[in-house]
Ligand binder design. Structure first.
Ligand code: SAM
Length: 283
């Protein structure tokens, strides 16, 4: 028996927005949204039961990225599950900010013919699904990229994305730089989107954030727990030796502290302080 799909009715039945139903159904049928809306579709009873399960998840407010197990980031599709944060547009902007600085740096070293044959190294701390590492490797294949991550489950996801996108980079399991392997590698750049939400702000965030791992979001009482740890460990392991730039995603409440630490603050498109960068004039 074939069941005719009535999208509006499905949305009503499951209490979800039309556009969410359209995204889920078009992904399920593996057709574009335009095609889905252009005519009536019929599916088997067996497939309808499968689709129903997905719509029920949406009715329980599970983020669509977790239901479909994927998220678009910087024009690429990343596998995600509930062990990883769902990549955000802010982190796309963080990559753009890094890219602008790296291009300036490349121009400078070319013009001055210095450090020509060196493979520059970047650490992406708190790599999650590997999205930042993989995009940076994609943009700048000449960079040696290391994604550092505390959650073994997230590393599995990052590894799956690395293989899917055929990129040559390494993910290392470590609490910031505690893994001895890392302590022997001196990075030229550090990019980090570590958990930064202050505890008291967490409950004012949109409710579907509760489906994402708290260990990806919460940064202790003031949100600075991991950022401070990162800065302490940069000094402890003498990483300043080679370091040319640090690029952080932050909570707006962190600006003052980071300015005192010599960082320049950059706003996101919504006008909020969201990034802190520190460029070392090592060249
Ligand atoms: C805000 S998420 C960012 C994920 C990904 N980079 C992105 O931009 O979508 C922070 C990530 O840092 C990881 N993390 C938390 N504490 C850490 C630590 N002490 N050392 C390394 N990674 C950590 C979390 O498991 C999580 O994957």
């Amino acid at each position: 028996m074939l069941i005719s799909l009535d999208l509006k009715n499905l949305s009503k039945k499951f209490g979800i927005e039309n556009f969410e139903t359209e995204i889920i159904v078009s992904d399920f049928l593996k057709i574009s949204k335009e095609k889905l809306l252009s005519k009536k579709f019929e599916i088997s009873n067996e497939n309808f039961l499968k689709l129903k399960k997905l719509l029920e998840k949406k009715a329980r407010k599970i983020p669509t990225a977790y239901i479909l197990q994927k998220k678009e980031f910087f024009g690429k599709t990343f596998f995600v599950n509930n062990h990883t944060l769902i990549p955000r547009p802010e982190s796309e902007r963080l990559i753009e900010i890094f890219s602008q600085e790296f291009l300036k740096f490349q121009k400078f070293i070319t013009e001055n013919q210095i450090e020509k044959n060196k493979n520059f190294i970047i650490f992406d701390v708190g790599t999650g699904s590997g999205n930042i590492s993989i995009i940076i490797k994609n943009l700048f294949p000449e960079l040696k990229v290391f994604g550092i991550e505390k959650s073994k489950f997230a590393i599995k996801v990052a590894e799956k994305n690395r293989k899917n996108q055929k990129q040559n980079l390494k993910f290392i399991h470590s609490d910031i730089f505690s893994n001895k392997k890392i302590q022997k590698i001196f990075p030229d750049f550090i990019i980090a989107n570590l958990p930064y939400v202050p505890k008291k702000e967490f409950f004012s965030l949109e409710k579907n954030i509760y489906f994402e791992p708290k260990t990806s979001i919460l940064g202790g009482k003031d949100g600075l727990k991991f950022i401070k740890k990162l800065l302490v460990e940069i000094k402890k392991f003498d990483f300043q030796k080679n370091l040319k730039g640090i690029f952080l995603e932050i909570d707006p409440s962190h600006s003052k502290f980071l300015q005192k630490e010599g960082f320049q603050i950059i706003k996101f498109y919504d006008g909020l302080d969201r990034f802190a960068i520190k460029i070392f004039n090592k060249f």
